[in-house]
Design a protein around this ligand. Structure first.
Ligand code: SAM
Ligand code: TMP
Ligand code: ZN
Length: 403
C-alpha cells in the first residue's frame, strides 16, 4: 500500500534479501547482520515510486552512521554555494531563522553559522551531529517529524526557511514531515529540498540508488501531487548535477506565490517521458538484469585471467550492486574508501574488506570498479597515477564499460 496515498503499489523490481547498506561489519560480528527485502514499486494512484518494505529508522540512523557529507570536496563546494544562494534568496529579513533537516556533519549549515544567521540542524545520527557541533552548528539530535517541529516552534519561533538535502527521500512518514512543516514555517516560509531524480535514475540505469535508506524516488510530478495533499505547492524546480542528477524543489503553502515557468516545463517533459508509465519501469528492470550479467561475466573473466580487481568507494550504493550481483571477495579483493570509520570492516552482506584509499598504490591493481561513480571526476583526478600506471576503471551504469 502506498505510504503517501494508501493506493496500490505495483512492484517493478525485487532485489531480494539485502543487508543494511551502511552497516559495515566488524569481522568478529559477521553473524549479527540484519537483512530485509529490497523491492521497489510505483503507486498506481499517485505515481510515487517507493520501497515496498520499510527498515526501522533507528537501525539506519544512529550514533555510528558512517556517512560524512564533508568527505567530498565537490560536495563541500556544492553546499557552500547552496548556503550563499539560500541566504540571498530567503534569509534577508530581520533576524531570519533557518532549520535544516538531516544536517549531517554541518557541511551546509556551518557557512550560515559563520554569517551569524540564526539556525538549527535536526540530525538523528549522534556521531555526525557531534561533528556539526564542532563546526559551530546548533543541532538537535533527533528525527524531524511533527512533534519535533512543534518543539522547535515553541523554543525558537517560526522558521523562514526549512532546507533539506538527500534526506526527505529517506523519510517514509512524509505526512508527519509536512504537518511539521506546516507547524514550523512562518506564513511566508519556504521549504527547499533536493534529492536524487528518478528521471536521471531511469535514464542512466543507476539502480544502485535503490537501497534501504532511499525510501522514495521522486519526480516533480509525484512531489507536486504529494505536496498538494498536505496543503503545499511546488513553486520552483531546478536540476542539480550532483549524486548522478538531482532535483531541488522550492515549496510554499498553496496559493502563496505563482510557480515559475520551470515547473510547468519539467512537468510537461515528465509527461512526455512517461515517468509513471509501467513500460518505462519494465525497460529499467531489463537494464538492471543486463548489467548484472555483464558485470559478473567481466569480473569472472578478469579473475580467470589472473588480473587483480579492487573496488573504489565503499558506498551505500555498492551494497545493492554487490549483493544483487553476488560479488564477494573472490571477485573483488578489497574496496578502498576515504572514510576512517569504514576501515578494517567488511562490506555489508558480501564481506569484502574495506581499506584506506592509500591501499590503491601498494602496488596498483589492474582494475578498480568505481562504486563512487557520482564522485568520478574528483576521484579520477586524485588517482591519475592509477590510470597512468596501466590501471583501468570499471563502470557499470548505464552499461558495463572499462575505461
Ligand atoms: N544533508 C546531508 C547531505 O546531503 O550530504 C546528509 C545526507 S545523509 C545521506 C541523510 C541524513 O539524514 C543522515 O545524516 C541521517 O541521519 C538523516 N536523517 C534520516 N532521517 C531523518 C529525519 N527524520 N530527520 C532528520 N534527519 C534525518
Ligand atoms: P556517496 O556516493 O554516498 O556520496 O559516498 C561516497 C563514498 O566514497 C564515501 O564512502 C567516501 C568515498 N570517497 C572516497 O573514498 N574518496 C573520494 O575522493 C570521495 C569523493 C569519496
Ligand atoms: Zn500513492
Amino acid at each position: 500500500m502506498c505510504r503517501v496515498c494508501g493506493g496500490p503499489v505495483r512492484q517493478f523490481f525485487d532485489f531480494g534479501r539485502q543487508p543494511l547498506s551502511d552497516a559495515f561489519v566488524d569481522p568478529d560480528r559477521v553473524d549479527e547482520e540484519y537483512f530485509y527485502r529490497l523491492a521497489v514499486g510505483l503507486c498506481e494512484s499517485c505515481g510515487m515510486t517507493q520501497l515496498l518494505d520499510e527498515v526501522p529508522r533507528d537501525r539506519m540512523f544512529h550514533e555510528a552512521y558512517p556517512y560524512h557529507s564533508s568527505g567530498s570536496a565537490h560536495m563541500r563546494r556544492h553546499f557552500e554555494q547552496t548556503a550563499g544562494r539560500l541566504s540571498r534568496a530567503h534569509l534577508r529579513g530581520d533576524d531570519p531563522f533557518v532549520v535544516e533537516i538531516g544536517c549531517n556533519d554541518g557541511v551546509m549549515l556551518r557557512a550560515l553559522a559563520k554569517e551569524g544567521i540564526r539556525h538549527l540542524g535536526v540530525e538523528p545520527s549522534g556521531g555526525v551531529a557531534e561533528l556539526a557541533r564542532q563546526q559551530g552548528v546548533r543541532v538537535r539530535n533527533t528525527f524531524f517529524e511533527e512533534g519535533t517541529a512543534a518543539e522547535i516552534r515553541a523554543a525558537d519561533g517560526p522558521a523562514d526557511l526549512v532546507y533539506s538535502a538527500n534526506t526527505i527521500c529517506h523519510i517514509p512518514y512524509l505526512d508527519s514531515v509536512f504537518r511539521g512543516l506546516d507547524t514550523l514555517l512562518a506564513p511566508h516560509g519556504v521549504f527547499v529540498f533536493e534529492d536524487p531524480y528518478l528521471g536521471d535514475i531511469l535514464e542512466r540505469t543507476t539502480f544502485d540508488q535503490i537501497y534501504d535508506e532511499h525510501f522514495y524516488f521522486f519526480t516533480l510530478t509525484s512531489v507536486r501531487t504529494a505536496a498538494a495533499r498536505y496543503g503545499f505547492e511546488v513553486v520552483d524546480v531546478e536540476r542539480l548535477p550532483v549524486h548522478g542528477g538531482e532535483l531541488r524543489y522550492t515549496l510554499r503553502r498553496a496559493g502563496r506565490g505563482a510557480p515559475s515557468p520551470a515547473v510547468a516545463e519539467l512537468a510537461a517533459e515528465e509527461e512526455r517521458r512517461g515517468l509513471c508509465r509501467p513500460e518505462v519501469f519494465e525497460g529499467f528492470a531489463a537494464g538492471i538484469e543486463r548489467i548484472r550479467t555483464d558485470l559478473t561475466d567481466l569480473l569472472r573473466g578478469l579473475r580467470a585471467d589472473g588480473k587483480r580487481v579492487v573496488g573504489y568507494g565503499a558506498t551505500a550504493k555498492s551494497a545493492t550492486v554487490t549483493n544483487y550481483c553476488g560479488i564477494g571477495p573472490e571477485l573483488i579483493e578489497w574496496v578502498c574508501d576515504a572514510t576512517p570509520a569504514k576501515h578494517g570492516r567488511l562490506t555489508p552482506g558480501t564481506h569484502i574488506p574495506v581499506r584506506p584509499t592509500e591501499a590503491l598504490t601498494e602496488p596498483y591493481p589492474d582494475y578498480a570498479v568505481l562504486f563512487a561513480w557520482n564522485h568520478a571526476e574528483e576521484i579520477m583526478a586524485k588517482e591519475r597515477l592509477f590510470r597512468e600506471s596501466g590501471g583501468r576503471w570499471i563502470v557499470y551504469a548505464p552499461e558495463v564499460r572499462v575505461i
